[in-house]
Design a protein around this ligand. Structure first.
Ligand SMILES: Cc1cc2nc3c(=O)[nH]c(=O)nc-3n(C[C@H](O)[C@H](O)[C@H](O)COP(=O)(O)OP(=O)(O)OC[C@H]3O[C@@H](n4cnc5c(N)ncnc54)[C@H](O)[C@@H]3O)c2cc1C
Length: 344
């Protein structure tokens, strides 16, 4: 009989964030599919009571918690010790966690300590013929594999946004405290958070719209002039009005290294494409971007795609966008921002 453990690190207020609730949905699906399976929830953080209260409605057989100041911040020594202690206390055979930066740092090591196996970037779970199968992509989202393992414990680290978050009523905040000897290796201390140079948070994985800026914004325009100074407020204005997430083409993010005039808020983290990110948003708008295949590969999970390009023969016109506006993006975005402001 499988013992499923949902392992999660709580937020600073002690609650369970969206990635944890998403993986809880996956854990419940597995519990439902595997006959006799049991679900235990394990929480780690400065406070875990609020999270215990949040998820108690899904009827876990136990809620285990490791809480205290030592576990408030992401640190390998303490996080690995807490996760290991919870996995052992739960006698878990299947361990599910959200692939956050904090969990990704420690869980493969924890799997090794437990003499188990870990699979990362899992984006789907299923139970068929009494066996658990997980799905993940390979080769930059080009090939999908369905994996099954007989060895236990099996640590399954899920990509955020792969499952709908669990919603249910909360009742109380009871949990069983698991004692963890504080390890000697506590050399890491989080002293602060460094935001991007511009101070603007431009990557927003959970938003409705992806806005992509291509290298065209920095190229000389019809009057022979480069208008980066005009491009910046237009793009930032749109992001501010819509809270869209900002993506860039490879050419755009590489410009800084080539000594060209660049958008100050664009970094390699924004790059979408074969060698960049493959985000998931319901809608996408590409501007001043040619829409070449290595870039469009990163649009695989964008459902509704629109592009603005002066060139009617650009890549987007070759079946890569639902709608292509053959127009000057400077003029279109200025008007779009005006309309957005009017509608506020
Ligand atoms: C192995 C490999 C991996 C790669 N991986 C990636 C990747 O991960 N991501 C990626 O993006 N690329 C990747 N590339 C590069 C990719 O092939 C393209 O070179 C790149 O995406 C081009 O960027 P761009 O469209 O912004 O620039 P450009 O090709 O320079 O296109 C600029 C566009 O802007 C338009 N434009 C200019 N001014 C205006 C205006 N005023 N209004 C409207 N439109 C205007 C032009 O018509 C033009 O179409 C990869 C290439 C290879 C070989």
């Amino acid at each position: 009989m499988e013992k499923i453990l949902l392992l999660a690190f709580t937020e600073t207020d002690g609650t369970l964030g969206k990635p944890g609730l998403e993986v809880l949905s996956a854990a419940l699906k597995i519990r439902e599919g595997l006959a006799g399976a049991e679900l235990v929830v394990g929480l780690v953080g400065a406070k875990v009571g609020p999270a215990a209260g949040q998820i108690v409605g899904c009827s876990p057989s136990r809620i285990l918690g490791v809480e205290g100041e030592h576990f408030s911040q992401s640190r390998y020594g303490t996080d690995a010790a807490a996760a290991e202690a919870i996995c052992k206390a739960a006698e878990a055979t299947i361990i599910l966690a959200a692939g956050t930066a904090r969990a990704n740092r420690v869980l493969s090591g924890v799997a090794h300590r437990l003499q188990g196996n870990a699979d990362t970037h899992v984006c789907g779970v299923d139970v068929a013929d009494g066996a658990l199968k997980v799905t993940r992509w390979y080769y930059r989202q080009r090939m999908q594999a369905v994996l099954q393992r007989s060895s236990r414990p099996w640590v399954i680290i899920c990509d955020p946004s792969s499952f709908a978050p669990w919603t249910g009523s909360s009742r109380d905040d009871a949990f069983e405290a698991v004692a963890v000897p504080v390890p000697d290796s506590m050399r890491t201390t989080v002293t602060g958070t460094q935001a991007p140079a511009s101070g603007a948070q431009t990557i927003r994985p959970d938003t409705e719209v992806l806005f992509v800026a291509g290298a065209g914004w920095t190229k000389s325009q019809a009057d022979g002039k480069v208008k980066v100074n005009e491009a910046e407020p237009l793009i930032l204005g749109f992001l501010d009005l819509t809270k869209a997430s900002l993506g860039g083409s490879k050419s755009m993010v590489d410009l800084a290294g080539e000594g060209q005039q660049v958008l100050s808020f664009m970094t390699h983290l924004n790059q979408i494409g074969q060698t960049g990110a493959t985000p998931r948003h319901p809608k996408g708008l590409a501007t001043c971007c040619h829409g070449e295949e290595p870039h469009a590969v990163g649009w695989r999970f964008i459902n509704e795609r629109r592009a603005i390009n002066k060139d009617p023969n650009c890549g987007w016109a070759q079946g890569k966008a639902d709608v292509l506006y053959v127009e000057d993006a400077f003029a279109v975005m200025a008007r779009v921002n005006e309309l957005l402001k009017e509608s506020k």
